[in-house]
Design a protein around this ligand. Structure first.
Ligand code: 5GP
Length: 206
């Protein structure tokens, strides 16, 4: 698959309840960046306070499966009974403009992106401990206990896949974790493999 390479694709991933959303919001509140969030599509019902088109595009299962057949997702996954996916058009549009596109997705989807886009940056958010993840899922009070248990079971598998990422950031403190992610993004821009072409052009022009 050909993705436009002008911008940087950043994949933030990790178990449900680890605080990806909160960290992402803290990241976007920081100054001097051109990060754009890729709003996913889901068949999950909206939670209280969630806004269609802002938190997710809430669509029917029928619409979602139609879009899968039409290859409209960069990646998608079924997660605890619902589909979640990244619309490819919007991602491409933003990368073309030279923006940094942030995906906040679960592990199976991230691994699909890993196979398709070889220069994306993959960041795994880890909880400080298993216990803290369980407590967070309970305290946020958005799911019933059986769904929480399913999400914890899923997290066990996700913990084991962290080694497939480029970076592991522990969410001990939201601002601290967001700072680390911004530092990673800035460092990625200076990577030799990303800068070498322009660098060589500069030498030739002198
Ligand atoms: P929630 O129901 O808590 O909003 O999301 C459940 C899980 O799905 C979270 O781990 C979240 O990061 C992930 N998720 C959200 N959007 C996407 C997406 O577009 N693709 C994939 N693969 N996972 C997503």
């Amino acid at each position: 698959m050909k993705l436009n390479k002008n911008g940087l694709l950043i994949v933030i991933s990790g178990p449900s309840g680890v605080g990806k959303g909160t960290i992402r919001k803290a990241l976007f509140e920081m100054k001097n960046h051109n990060l754009v969030y890729s709003v996913s599509m889901t068949t999950r019902k909206p939670r209280e306070n969630e806004i269609d088109g802002v938190d997710y595009f809430f669509i029917s299962r029928e619409e979602f499966t139609k879009r899968i057949k039409e290859n409209k997702f960069l990646e998608y996954a079924e997660f605890v009974g619902n589909y979640y996916g990244t619309p490819i058009d919007k991602v491409n549009e933003q990368l073309e403009k030279g923006n940094e596109v942030v995906l906040e997705i679960e592990v199976d989807g991230a691994l699909q992106v890993r196979k398709k886009v070889n220069d994306a940056v993959f960041i795994f958010i880890s909880p400080p401990s298993r216990k803290s993840l369980h407590e967070r899922l309970i305290n946020r009070n958005t799911e019933k206990i059986d769904v929480i248990n399913e999400r914890m079971a899923k997290a066990e598998r996700e913990f084991k896949l962290a080694y497939k990422y480029d970076y592991i950031v522990v969410n001990d403190d939201v601002v601290n974790a967001a700072d680390k992610i911004m530092a990673i993004i800035r460092a990625e821009h200076a990577k030799t493999q990303r800068t070498i072409n322009n660098y060589q052009k500069m030498l030739e022009e002198d």
